[in-house]
Design a protein. Sequence first.
Lengths: 115, 115
Amino acid sequence: MADECLFCKISAGEIPSEEVYSDENYYAFRDVNPAAPTHILVIPRQHISRVTDASETDRSLMGGLLLAANEVARREGLVEKGLRYVINTNDDGGQTVYHIHLHILGGRPMTWPPG
Amino acid sequence: MADECLFCKISAGEIPSEEVYSDENYYAFRDVNPAAPTHILVIPRQHISRVTDASETDRSLMGGLLLAANEVARREGLVEKGLRYVINTNDDGGQTVYHIHLHILGGRPMTWPPG
C-alpha cells in the first residue's frame, strides 16, 4: 500500500466508496463522476501506479484484473447489451489517479472515437 | 482459429496488416481507421470472441495481453506522454470484430468521456 494513494485508501476502507465487488486481490466501486449510466472502477489491491508499469511478475494479477471486471460486468447485467473497458496511462491518456484502475462503462451505446 | 474470423486470418498472415509486434501468443497491427495519431490493435492469437468470454483458464493469456500492449506502447514511444487502452464488448461497447482486441490509442491527449 502506498501511503498517500487515494485508491489504496479506498481499497483499505479508509475512504468510503460505493462497493460493487471485493475479493482478496481486487476491489470495484462506482465512479463518483459517472461517464455512463453504469461506470465502475476495478482496481488491484496491490499498488501499481500505471498499467504500463506492470511486468512479467504481474501477469497473473493483470489477467485477474480483466477477469474481475468480467465478474462485475456480469453482476451488473451489462454483458448482453455491451460495455467498454478503458485503462488510462499518464497525461495523454487522462490518468488522474496513479493506481491502476480499469473503467467499466455501460448502460448506453458507447461512441467512437473513445475520447 | 475460427475459420471465418477476420482477426484470426490477420494473425495467420492470410490477410495483410501493418505489423507492429508479433510473438507466439500475440499479434499487434495498426488500425486501418485510426482514431488517434497512433492506433494499434493487440490480439491474442487464440480465438476468443469477447473479453467477457475469458475465464479463469485464460488468466495468463489475458494478463499477457496487457503486457504485450505495454511492450507495444514502449516500442511506439507512447508511455511517457500517455496512452489509452480500450476493449469493447458487444453492441453497446462498439465491438465490430468478434475476436478479442485491445485498442492502444496515443499521440494526442485523449478526452473524457471515452466515447
